[in-house]
Design a protein around this ligand. Structure first.
Ligand SMILES: C[S@@+](CC[C@H](N)C(=O)[O-])C[C@H]1O[C@@H](n2cnc3c(N)ncnc32)[C@H](O)[C@@H]1O
Length: 259
């Protein structure tokens, strides 16, 4: 199983960084999986510790349960957090651009089978469902993300996608017409394993790949970067810029090499 390094995308805001650093430091004191916790417990925990928001993102039409400075754990001692790092509680700029692109170009998903890999809060999977995808799978190795995705689908009046928590990277490629990767190029080892697995998916099933990334160093410096075709670029809203210190834009790229 390929595990990424510390999950701290560079260039996020000072307060998001402080938040995740605190989580990093206390990780060994916390329970690393939600095994033993019922979905009902996780649901009520998410409901109590997130805020319904989204209007300040690139996709104001999507409602999502996310961390905001109004939430208890913005100030609370992180060792009291009962789960793994809450990446599902942030709507990352790569995922925002990808979801915006899909909502603006619904034909991209119409009737397709879609895998949103590293789905986090599930926003891109939700966008695919809204745009008429025939079948959507949201995959995130954090099992809490699956519960958050279910709750976010309910907020948007949608049936949830199939949520898978296994690490699919490196596994035998399944047939998907389309794979979404929102902000998944934040770690070099992860990016490299992802790249070779994507090549296998494309070779075996002719899968199309769409990547959303705000220009992180690990993405810009990776070998896959020069093989991509830019489809769209979005200026990040002011509040997203503030939360993602130093980032101003986020782009969507198509990966479809001749293999
Ligand atoms: C930076 S977040 C992006 C989330 C979402 N795509 C977005 O843009 O808002 C990266 C997510 O990838 C997940 N992840 C990391 N490694 C993974 C793997 N090998 N397979 C599936 N998900 C993974 C993390 O748990 C996290 O939720």
């Amino acid at each position: 199983m390929i595990m990424p390094g510390p999950l701290t995308p560079s260039k996020c805001s000072r307060y998001v960084k402080v938040f995740f650093r605190a989580f990093e430091q206390t990780r060994r004191h916390r329970c690393l999986s939600h095994s033993g916790r019922s979905d009902a417990f996780i649901r009520s925990f998410i409901a109590e510790n997130t805020e319904t928001t989204g209007e300040q993102s690139l996709t104001p039409e999507l409602r999502l349960r996310l961390f905001t400075p109004n939430c208890r754990f913005w100030r609370e001692r992180p060792e009291l957090w009962p789960f793994d790092d809450p990446y599902w509680a942030i709507y990352w700029p790569g995922g925002q651009a990808l979801s915006r692109y899909v909502l603006d170009n619904p034909g991209v998903c119409l009737g397709k089978t879609v895998l949103d890999l590293g789905s986090g809060c599930g926003a891109s999977a939700i966008a695919a469902k809204l745009c008429g995808a025939a079948h959507v799978v949201a995959n995130d190795i954090d099992t809490v993300a699956a519960v958050a995705t279910h709750m976010n689908c309910e907020l948007n009046g949608l049936e949830p996608p199939v949520c898978v928590s296994d690490n699919m990277i490196g596994s035998e490629p399944e047939h998907f017409d389309l794979i979404f990767l929102g902000d998944m190029f934040y770690d070099e080892v992860l990016a490299t394993s992802l790249h070779s697995w994507l090549d296998r998916c494309i070779k075996t099933h002719g899968t199309e790949v769409l990547i959303g990334d705000p220009g992180r160093a690990q993405f810009e410096g990776h070998g896959i970067r020069r093989l991509l075709h830019q489809l769209a670029q979005f200026e990040l809203p002011e509040s997203v810029r503030e939360e993602n210190y130093g980032l101003t834009c986020s782009s969507v790229w198509r990966y479809h090499p001749e293999l």
